[in-house]
Design a protein around this ligand. Structure first.
Ligand code: UDX
Length: 464
């Protein structure tokens, strides 16, 4: 009996100490900035059992988020947000200083937009840095998630060191994010790799522990701040270049009668090249590629390095948007003044309501400047586009947008557009010319139905 009591007591002590260790081991994480990166990071960390406080200066955003409403459309995000709120693993505040004081680890995920000069605007990042320096109430790990120019981490570290008003210590890290909009939750939880820039062994082991809470098998590459920062810019610029490259090849395919999608497949089957991210289209958009490529060029210029390939990637992208406009104009003998053109798709890609740098903006602006009547429809991005282009006709459905249109231009690869009933469209009294900038429509059906039709990189379509 005595032996039993002693054993039970030992087990009790063991369990208690484990609880204490676990409590001590679970750090409180603050995420500053609830944009695409910050919000997905905060929600996914909370979903993986971490205790997270998300802070943002925009009160309406925080109010919405506290009620479980996501301010952005991102598949799966709102569900995880509500689950985490219910489990009490996440909270939202506008009090950034308090969030920092309460945290052991602070992830900074604020905006770093591009200035007109091409340089990254670090105002928000520096503001947060000052708040951190004034609220360093205990040892903290400060991790920069925002995409920021090479040298930013070292700079921010110095800034905190020189302006902090306590004797508490801190460490820095840089952990660039590679998630894509539209698949952000999936990408965050299943990364190909995790890049960690740090100068501290301790930070490396604490952050690896956090990463293993949501993706235990992802390879973690640890390096210095500058290399980690460069990896993000190099990755995005390479991907953007891959798109510009296939768009240029598409152009030549149009001139020579080759089929670019088959070319891309044939080229991509070479494992050194790869088939993914090799689709021709109306040019890349979004908040990252144009911004990051521009920032890389700016850094190169400031250091007297001429990045010819990267520069060409941007030029080709601008030309690709105009190539779409030229296609439209050429079908109307250069005059669209009495034409009604239906634009299907406003988002810069499918599964997002984001229209930042969307090629649809350039195409619509050009068409209205040429005097065309433009009607638009997008399943998710109408509200966001109305803020950018308020004076075009927004239609409630594909049907409404198609009505009396002389031409249909598909700008975004939404599932809904892939399933367009082409026969029904052909049988209307007014059957339109179709320009498919995403190559999503079945060319055999289009040909059999005798549509006047064009896509990207297959101009000789009627000859086979
Ligand atoms: C990108 C990067 O992929 C991501 O790693 C980084 O974190 C942020 O920037 P995102 O901007 O969400 O993500 O979009 P992405 O899916 O990469 O597409 C970017 C643009 O390229 C879109 O306009 C898309 O339509 C275009 N694209 C993409 C193509 O034209 N062809 C392709 O094969 C792939």
């Amino acid at each position: 009996m005595k032996k039993y009591i002693v054993r039970s007591f030992l087990i009790f002590i063991l369990l208690l100490s484990n609880t204490i260790v676990n409590t001590q081991q679970k750090p409180t994480i603050a995420v500053i900035g609830t944009g695409y990166v910050g919000l997905v990071l905060g929600v996914c960390l909370a979903h993986s059992g971490n205790h997270v406080i998300c802070a943002d200066i925009q009160k309406n955003k925080i109010d919405q988020l506290s009620k479980g409403i996501s301010p952005i459309y991102e598949p799966g995000l709102e569900e995880l947000l509500r689950e985490s709120l219910q489990k009490n693993t996440i909270s939202f505040t506008t009090d950034t200083a308090q969030a920092i004081r309460d945290a052991d680890i602070v992830f900074i995920a604020v905006d770093t937009p591009t200035k007109t000069s091409g340089e990254s605007d670090l105002t928000a990042l520096i503001n947060v840095t000052h708040t951190i320096a004034q609220n360093l109430t205990s040892y903290k790990i400060i991790c920069i998630k925002s995409t920021a120019p090479i040298g930013t981490c070292t700079y921010i570290k110095e800034l905190i060191k020189n302006s902090k008003n306590s004797s508490c210590d801190f460490d820095m890290a840089c952990n660039p994010e590679f998630l894509r909009e539209g698949t952000a939750v999936h990408d965050f939880l299943n990364p190909d790799r995790i890049i960690l820039g740090t100068d501290s062994e301790k930070v490396s082991s604490v952050l690896r522990e956090i990463f293993s809470s949501f993706c235990p098998s992802a390879p973690v590459l640890t390096t210095n701040f500058e290399t980690a920062e460069m990896i993000k810019y190099a990755a995005n610029s390479f991907l953007a270049t891959k798109i510009s490259f296939i768009n240029e090849i598409a152009h030549l395919c149009e001139a020579l009668g080759a089929y670019v999608n088959i070319v891309a497949e044939g080229v991509g089957l070479d494992k050194r090249i790869g088939k993914s991210f090799f689709l021709p289209g109306p040019g890349f958009g979004g908040s990252c590629f144009p911004k990051d490529v521009t920032a890389l060029l700016h850094m190169a210029q400031a250091n007297n390095v001429d990045l010819k390939v990267v520069k060409a990637c941007l030029d080709t992208n601008d030309a690709q948007k105009m190539h779409v406009v030229d296609k439209i104009l050429s079908h109307c003998n250069g005059d669209v003044r009495n034409k009604t053109i239906c634009i299907l798709g406003l988002a810069f890609k499918a599964n997002t309501d984001d229209v930042r740098f969307s090629p649809a903006i350039t195409v619509i602006e050009q068409l209205t400047a040429h005097g065309a009547q433009v009607k638009v429809y997008d399943p998710k991005a109408m509200v966001t586009m109305k803020k950018v282009l308020p004076h075009i006709e927004y239609c409630a459905s594909v049907e409404d947008a198609l009505a009396k249109s002389d031409m249909v231009v598909i700008m975004t690869e939404w599932e809904e557009f892939k399933k367009l009933d082409l026969e029904k469209i052909k049988n209307r009294s007014h059957n339109p010319i179709i320009i498919d900038t995403r190559n999503i429509l079945n060319t055999t059906t289009l040909r059999n139905l005798n549509f006047t039709y064009e896509n990207i990189g297959n101009a000789q379509i009627n000859s086979y």
